[in-house]
Design a protein around this ligand. Structure first.
Ligand SMILES: N[C@@H](CCC(=O)N[C@@H](CS)C(=O)NCC(=O)O)C(=O)O
Length: 215
């Protein structure tokens, strides 16, 4: 994720012709397995699960347990991801792109949306279970934690306001492996450092993204 201490996305590496051959959607993550290439994070997770025949709990073979994972993933893609992306772009990215903070009105709208997302994850999906779909960790937990856990780059500690989510986060980290989690989050952990020098042509592209999330 990090090349010469600048985020490759900020340099537009994903827009290159070379990257387009791996993922014509020009987004990360992307997967290359021999001659086979694909994009879309959730589809990549499922590919890896099937290819490596991972332990059942990650994507249970039980019809209804699997349906619960699918249900969470569907909600995540349509609701949680757009909401967390909006907060990320408006709060974390805006200063690096425009040189100033987003207006309080726009920020408040994004924060309200994020609060609804966190409340839904805690009260509707997690409830009093150890993990989102039951007693064992699944890819639903990994996908959820990856997105809501990243909001610290927006100066937010969601886990402070949601104690059940804080305890869940710890369980997910332990189930995945604390060191592995740390490694996976290295790129985002260094966000401030790696976004200091966004080239002007990329700032222009990012401006359009900010306008999209400001609607
Ligand atoms: N639906 C895609 C979204 C991927 C996505 O938006 N990735 C971001 C980074 S987290 C990206 O590539 N941004 C670069 C851009 O949009 O130009 C997935 O789940 O893989």
């Amino acid at each position: 994720m990090i090349a010469d201490n600048i985020c490759p996305l900020s340099l537009g590496e994903h827009l290159s012709e070379e990257f387009g051959k791996v993922n014509p959607l020009r987004k990360v993550p992307a997967l290359k397995d021999g001659d086979f290439t694909m994009g879309e994070s959730n589809a990549i997770l499922l590919y890896l699960i099937r290819k490596f025949k991972t332990p059942d709990h990650w994507y249970p073979s039980d019809l209804q347990k699997r349906a619960r994972v699918d249900e969470y993933l569907a909600w995540h893609v349509t609701t949680a991801r757009p909401g967390t992306s909006k907060l990320f772009w408006l709060k974390a990215m805006t200063p690096y792109v425009t040189g100033h903070e987003v207006t309080p009105e726009k920020l408040n709208a994004a924060l309200c949306e994020f609060k609804t997302i966190s409340t839904t994850i805690q009260d509707v999906f997690l409830q009093d279970k150890p993990f989102l779909v039951g007693d064992e960790v699944s890819i639903a937990d990994v996908v959820a934690l990856a997105d809501i856990g990243q909001t610290f780059v927006s100066g937010l500690d969601v886990f402070e306001d949601y104690p059940k989510l804080a305890a869940w986060k710890q369980r997910v980290k332990e189930a995945v492996g604390v060191e592995l989690c740390k490694e996976a989050h290295e790129g985002i952990a260094n966000f401030r450092e790696t976004h200091k020098q966004i080239p002007p042509e990329m700032k222009e592209k990012f401006q359009a993204r900010l306008e999209y999330f400001s609607r």
